[in-house]
Design a protein around this ligand. Sequence first.
Ligand code: NAI
Ligand code: SF4
Length: 518
Amino acid sequence: IVIYVPRDAAALAMDANAVAHAIERIADERGLSVQVVRNGSRGLLWLEPLVEIATPEGRIAYGPVAPEDVGGLFDAGWLTGDAHALRLGLTEDIPYLKQQERLTFARVGVIDPLSIQDYAAHGGLAGLKRALAMQPAEIIDEMVTSGLRGRGGAAFPTGIKWKTVAGSPSDQKYIVCNADEGDSGTFADRLLMEGDPYVLIEGMTIAGLAVGATYGYIYVRSEYPHAIETLEAAIARARSVGWLGQDVHGSGRQFDLEVRKGAGAYICGEETSLLESLEGKRGVVRAKPPLPAISGLFGKPTVINNVISLATVPIILAKGAAYYRDYGVGRSHGTLPFQLAGNLKQGGLVEKAFGLSLRDLLYTFGGGSASGRPLRAVQVGGPLGAYLPESQWDVPLDYEAYIQISAMIGHGGLVAFDDTVDMARMARYAMEFCAIESCGKCTPCRIGSTRGVETIDKIAAGGADTKQREQQVHLLRDLCDTMMGGSLCALGGMAPYPVLSALNHFPQDFGIESPQSA
Ligand code: NAI
Ligand code: SF4
């Protein structure tokens, strides 16, 4: 009997290793033949460790399982699918999972992350096989037609980026994967790298074939030791079977890659700082142009894409551009792995086509607040994303619709807050975050963020003097304008979004009556 116990960091944090050991020990004591497979996480994080038993009808889920529950589960006859308080039924029928559209995450939590055989048996490598039989320009056309846009947050069309690199002649080109997932509340990159590393390697191999790059780097933040370990083991196995190396699957084409560890600076997620860091220098933003697509790593044309963008390439090649393009709304094609975090009952990963609403995510999936109090604000798109009040929760999750309300979907992370939140403090936090993480290269961000913290402190200290408070709010708005218009990169340029959204939608938290009053 096969039992799945996740090896994902989220499950490990909830004692999954002790659960796996308890299962093996008790099965051994009782003379039962059990094989424990360490899979990735299904992304239903509030149920971790989510243990599954393979049965002829499908996998039956139990969760959250604590090490001390294991004896009772054996007593209750879980190996034959018998009732127990922790039994959740068929995993695929759990509504949270059943209502998703898992394309990029199709295999995450299903397979043994390090088994190439398991990967191929679940549709892996089909995209690469097709790509190997295509001309580079055909692969790029397929990517353009798919409508895939950069999933790191900026939503630039991936196929167009590849076209620029393909059209830049050079003796050497690179594929760089940005796995420096630094946004608050996000974990999609990590979940994917730990649960299905081969899909990322396959996507990078296809990117290499498309643009003529023979070497790649995955830049992973040091806070992700399990992802690094999993990727390194997967790369070694891919080399050993002739996938990576001088002769990709016997095609005569060359591609290899390696993992590089970042040292924990948020700004190293910005593409040009990341390249500086990869080159062994301090992570400071480079002015653009030149774009990395023309002059990137070591001055060579470089495709730099986020984990999710690259991991979505294989399914586009395997099923065809039209298949992927048909999901979504407007110019937001395909699916996005949304990440539910903060004050929610059911935090986790929800991959859905664009077009659903924040309200769907918060209530249908998230189950409302964990505290039981009313939800009040949701920050979407990381620490540089706007805070959305309830009046905006029905706007469809679509890149353009979000721009219209001065918000951004970004990397798809959302952090929910209940009615105890103080939005002036959250605005201060945004400025403080910018001050701490600023690379220091440009003045609006380096100086502006510190002045921003001071100004918000003055507003808070304004006491009963409404006039003085309104003057400071006016100053804060001016400062935000300067930062947005004058900063060199998105950190200084977007830190005002959370600040302004807090001011505009929650003016009472700043002691002003309405956004217009200042
Ligand atoms: P950007 O809009 O400057 O560029 C987007 C991408 O398109 C870059 O790779 C750029 O080199 C490329 N590009 C632009 N024009 C091109 C052309 N003509 N040909 C080829 N390539 C071209 O945005 P940026 O500064 O790279 O990213 C900002 C975004 O990053 C924010 O919107 C935010 O959502 C996101 N972000 C994500 C984080 C995460 O942890 N995932 C953390 C912080 C920010
Ligand atoms: Fe550096 Fe901030 Fe300027 Fe970006 S905006 S280049 S992080 S100082």
